[in-house]
Write a protein that binds this ligand. Structure first.
Ligand code: SF4
Length: 468
């Protein structure tokens, strides 16, 4: 008896035809076309899922102008790095990466380098001093005109457009994503109004604004028509979404009503705005995956106040309790920051104790770094020595590793529904995801890309599950 039960093959698209070309197929086609057609652009994305969605938007705008996306920078006329400024290391990576790519100027002296995204906004004209080979610097609110800006840079101009626009939500523009072909993203909110004291996002992405529900639904329906089966709603504080009198909970219900979309996720919610109505929608709407990424940052009330997160440790834990009571088998992930200004050993111990109490499935863990333009940078003392930050980060990572390994091991022997990616492969396995957002490796030939299958979990690598 096979342990692999196919539930449904990948749906045909709305026209009843075979599924639309996947991003990888499109890229392959583009690569082939690159020998014949328009100027070639290499686009690399760093940072968060919002940046991935923005890269899709940029790729869409450039494709409409006749640019052909290539996956090899050696073939490119334009190299764009869509950057992140959230952590210091991310900036260093960008400078390092563009210097590395500079060697392609030997084959193509006209090669244009540009950066887009949060670092472009954050560092603006400083980029020209630090990396003079970068002639195009474009912030996150200027992508509507990106094709014109790239054209100008190719004509030899030095281009800087980092204006923030409090109304821009890119309504009506379609992206060309580079994804796994089954899980697509829809941006429902841009910017952030929370102003956590350590964070550059409100400065680099501007004030919070919701995308009109009609546009969100258009994006989700478009994904369904293209054969995507999962939609991920994106926003910096996604559950703070509001458009006129429409709440995030109501928007989720509307997306869930779209035929063809079988799974819905959202990221990242902000703990303070997690309403009872939202918990109720998650608990009652089967398409919404039982998975929440809920950043807590610190387990110490003193640090939470210094960070201006707007909640206490007890309130965060109460939210976790309410979520787990309402949504059985909920997967929880989080963001943790160590070494914030003034953090003592006692504060750090509270972070570790919160992690032990919640036992997150996974976590993104960072040491605080001064970002120059934030409240913390201007008003607080970055007084935790680097080696102490490093040791605290190691302790947090070690503890989380233990919890993650246990969370994966707990799935062995269970039946899991897996959505198999169109393009995702590792060796002789295809890769899919469970509703709880755990990767599952399935031997090639046992599941087709794009299928929703049910498998029995035989083993865990500690970070992935392996189907029997
Ligand atoms: S909620 Fe805080 S950490 Fe998140 S993007 Fe907004 S300011 Fe940054």
């Amino acid at each position: 008896m096979t342990d692999l039960v196919q539930i449904r093959a990948r749906r045909p698209n709305a026209a009843g035809a075979a599924p639309a070309a996947t991003a990888a197929q499109a890229a392959e086609t583009a690569e082939t076309a690159a020998t014949a057609d328009g100027p070639r652009v290499y686009l690399e994305t760093l940072g968060c899922q919002m940046n991935e969605a923005d890269s899709a938007l940029i790729a869409g705008q450039l494709a409409a102008r006749g640019y052909v996306r290539v996956s090899d920078p050696a073939l490119a006329d334009v190299v764009l790095i869509n950057t992140c400024a959230v952590r210091e290391k991310a900036e260093e990576r960008v400078y390092g990466r563009t210097s590395q790519l500079l060697r392609h100027r030997r084959e193509n002296p006209d090669l244009v380098f540009g950066i887009t995204g949060c670092m472009a906004e954050h560092l603006r004209d400083k980029v020209a001093e630090r990396a003079p080979h970068i002639s195009l610097v474009v912030g996150p609110d200027a992508y509507r005109g990106i094709a014109d800006l790239v054209d100008r840079a190719r004509e030899g101009a030095s281009v800087l457009d980092v204006k923030l626009d409090k109304d821009e939500v890119y309504e009506g523009l379609d992206g060309v994503p580079d994804d796994d072909g089954v899980s697509g993203q829809v941006v429902i909110q841009r910017g952030c109004d929370k102003f956590c004291t350590f964070c550059v996002v409100p400065f680099t992405r501007g004030r919070e604004r919701g995308v009109p529900p009609r546009e969100v639904l258009r994006g989700a329906r478009r994904l369904a028509e293209q054969g995507y089966r999962e939609v991920v709603l994106l926003g910096q504080t996604v559950n703070s979404y509001r458009w006129e009198d429409v709440t995030f909970a109501e928007l989720l219900r509307a997306v869930a009503a779209i035929d063809g979309i079988e799974r819905i996720r959202f990221t990242s919610p902000y703990p303070v705005d997690f309403t009872d109505a939202l918990i109720e929608v998650m608990a009652s709407e089967p398409k919404i995956c039982p998975q929440v990424h809920l950043p807590f940052q610190s387990g110490s009330d003193r640090m939470l106040t210094a960070m201006r997160r707007g909640y206490t440790r007890a309130e965060y834990l109460d939210l976790v309790r309410r979520l787990r009571a309402a949504i059985p088998d909920l997967a929880l992930s989080t963001d943790v920051m160590v070494g914030f200004c003034g953090e003592t050993e006692e504060d750090h111990a509270e972070t570790l104790s919160l992690m032990r109490e919640v036992r997150f499935d996974t976590a993104f863990m960072f040491a605080y770094s001064d970002r120059g333009i934030t409240y913390a940078s201007k008003r607080l003392d970055d007084d935790v020595p680097a080696e102490v930050k490093g040791r605290r980060l190691r302790e947090v990572i070690e503890l989380q590793e233990e919890h993650t390994r246990a969370a994966f091991a707990a799935r062995i022997g269970r039946r899991e529904e897996v959505l198999v990616g169109i393009t995702a492969r590792r060796g002789d396995h295809v890769i899919g995801r469970t509703p709880r957002f755990q990767n599952v490796l399935i031997p090639l030939g046992r599941a087709q890309p794009g299928e929703l299958v049910t498998v029995t979990i035989a083993a865990s690598t500690g970070h992935s599950l392996i189907a029997e």
